[in-house]
Design a protein around this ligand. Structure first.
Ligand code: ADP
Ligand code: MG
Length: 219
């Protein structure tokens, strides 16, 4: 049976959720951070949101690479170690050039490199860790890197980082598991437009997975 709360396709709720293109007034001044563990579907969702509300899109990973805002490349992790101070300066410039809001920012993590801005909110994308592991395997990542990220997803790292950085009233959690991108878009938009912050509905993967068993299955 379609569950109207989850916005299943075809349910009453999902029809009501179709948001007209262009930004509704209450979000014009927003800077929307889309965050979460690598592989959960941030780029797909962030691009849909950007198009829907005609904001501009900034992928922090790409900005770091393009402007060489890293200190070095960590071979064992196969990733760049970002230069947080320089990234922060660069973002201050981006925000100053843009004025209020109008920006969707995709990032794998949140920290002091992100200058605080009025109207800033975060959408934390979650994904079933077993599905996440399959996606990261497809990226041909090392076992170590896959497990580090699956573990981060298991313990809600992105969610807590976002709470710490913005406080729960400016954080929205969406579970992308088995949801087509457009359904996820509608769910995220509905939460953002309601503007009430984190609703306490959380993924809680540790209730479903035993980390040791999962690591044996994955690795
Ligand atoms: P991230 O930006 O978080 O690393 P991506 O948006 O690049 O994640 O998505 C990772 C992979 O998962 C891509 O192959 C993408 O096509 C797929 N994907 C993303 N969102 C969904 C979704 N809602 N349903 C099914 N597959 C998805
Ligand atoms: Mg991405």
């Amino acid at each position: 049976m379609p569950d109207s709360r989850s916005g299943d396709p075809g349910s009453k709720a999902s029809k009501e959720l179709i948001v007209p293109a262009g930004a509704p007034e209450q979000i014009l001044d927003k800077t929307i951070i889309v965050t979460g563990t690598p592989g959960v579907g941030k780029t797909v969702l962030a691009r849909l949101v950007t198009k829907q509300i005609r904001f501009q899109f900034l992928n922090l990973g790409e900005l770091v690479k393009k402007e060489k805002l890293y200190r070095r490349f960590d071979r064992s992790r196969q990733s760049y170690v970002i230069d947080e101070q320089r990234l922060r300066k660069s973002l201050i410039d981006v925000f100053a050039a843009r004025g209020e809001g109008g920006l969707v920012i995709e990032t794998n993590w949140l920290g002091n490199f992100m200058p605080k801005k009025r109207g800033m909110i975060a959408v934390v994308v979650r994904l079933d860790p077993a599905i996440l592991a399959r996606r990261l395997k497809r990226r041909k990542w090392s076992k170590r890197k896959i497990w580090e990220n699956v573990e981060a997803e298991l313990i809600d790292l992105s969610l807590y980082e976002s709470f710490k950085y913005l406080g729960p009233r400016r954080v929205y959690e969406v579970d992308a598991t088995r949801k087509p991108p457009r359904q996820l878009l509608h769910e995220a938009m509905r939460l953002i437009l309601a503007g009430r912050g984190w609703n306490g509905v959380t993924a809680n993967w540790l209730e479903r997975y035993d980390p040791i068993e999962l690591s044996r299955k994955i690795l």
